[in-house]
Design a protein around this ligand. Sequence first.
Ligand code: EPU
Length: 415
Amino acid sequence: MRHVGPLRGEVVVPGAKNSVLKLMAASLLTDGVFEITNVPVIVDVPIMADLLIAIGLDVRLDEPGIITIINTGNLTPVAPFELVERIRASINVLGPLLTRCGHVRLSMPGGDDFGTRPIDMHIAGLEAMGATFRVGDGYVEATAERLHGAEITFDFPSVGATENLLTAAVFAKGVTTIHNAAREPEIIDLCEFLISMGAQIDGAGTSTLVIVGVERDALHACEHETVPDRIQAATYIAACAVSGGELDLLNAKPAHMAMALSRFTDMGIEFAALPYGLRVTAPERLRAADIATLPYPGIATDYKPIIIAMLAVADGVAIVTENLYPGRFRYVEELVRLGADIRIDGHHAIVRGVPRLAGTHVVSHDIRAGAAMVVAGLAAEGMTTITGVHHIDRGYENLVGRLKSVGAEITRYDV
Ligand code: EPU
C-alpha cells in the first residue's frame, strides 16, 4: 500500500458484525423463516452460519446482504469445538438454546489475541434464572427445565452476557430484570429483533432491561435490517483523517458514535450531518487528544487501535487508556516498526505524534489491529505491506475496494 493523496468520495457503511451474528443466533428461538438484511459480506457470517447449520437451522446466504434462516425446530443443542473456536460470537447460542431446548452443550469459547475472555457473568446470570451448569473437558453444559425470571445485577455491563440473558429471558417464567446491562446500539438492535418476534422487552438502550417471559407459541419469525457498523464507519473516518480530503459515509449513524465523534472533533476532524449519513473533512494535521475506552456510551475498545494509528501522526502527546482488555496493545509493536513513537505503561499507551510514518512490512494480529495497520499504512511515506489480512476479512466488508474507490492506493494480493 502506498499513500498518494487525499481521499474523496462516498463510502457505504455496511451492517454491523457485532449485531448480525447475534441476530442469527437469536433465530434459534422460534420456528419459521427469518430474513435479515443489511448483512455485511464478512467471513464471520458464514462461520456463524456453519455453526447454526450444525445445530439444525437451514441458513441461506445466496444473495449478498441478505440471510434467510429457516428454523423447523429440529435442533441439536450442541456446539462443537471446531466451530466454536473460530468465532467468539458462538457463545451467543447459549441463551437461545438453553431456553428453547432445556439443555445445551457448548465448547468453551477461546480468548482472542488480546487476552482471555471469561464467561462467568453469563453462567452466574443463567444460574440465577434456574440453570444448572457443569464445566469440564473444555465444555460447558447447562440444563434447565424452564428458566424463571430473576433480578440480575452485573458488576460490569458485559455485551455478551447481556445478550445471552436477554435471549434466555424471552421464554423464562416471570419477569427478568438486568441491571447494569450493556447499552450498545447492537444490543438495541437485538432487542428490536426480539420484540418484532413477539418478545416483551422494556428499556432497550438503557442500563435496565426488563423482560417479561412469554409462552413459546407467542414468538414468530421476523424480518429485520441490521444496524450499520459504527466501528467500520470510524475506520473510514480514520483513513480520511490521516490522508486528508473529504468523505461522505452513507448509512453512518452519528448518534451511535457520539462520544467518538466528539473526541475526533477535538482532534480537528470536522463533521456535517447528511440526510443519510455523515460528511467527514480531514484537518491539515490531526491534534493529539487523550482517550479512555469504556463500555457504551463511552469510547469502544474496538475503536482504539485505529485511534492510536491516528494519534501516531497527530500533533502533540496523547495518553490512551484501555479499560476493557488490558492486553489489547499488541499491534503497537507494529506501529512502532512504522516509525510511531508509542510507549506502553500498564493499560496506558503514551503516543507522541510524529509528522509521518515510514512504510515497511507489518502484521495484522486481529480484526481491529489489521484495520489500524491499514490506517497507519495510509499515514506512511512509501510502501507498507500488511500480512495476516485474513483477520480484517472477519469484520470488514471489502475494506480494500472501498478505500481504493475513494483514492487510496491499496492492493490486495491473495498468496
Ligand atoms: N468479561 C468477564 N466475564 C464475562 C464476560 C465478560 O470477565 O462473563 C470481561 C471480558 O473478559 C472483557 C470485558 O468483560 O474484559 C468485556 O467483555 P464483553 O462481554 O463486554 O465483550 P464480548 O461480548 O466478549 C463484544 C465484542 C467485542 C468488543 C466487546 C466490548 C462481539 C462478538 N464481540 O465482546 O468485539 O470488543 O464486546 O465492546 O460482539 C471485535 O469486534 O473485534 C471485538 C473484539
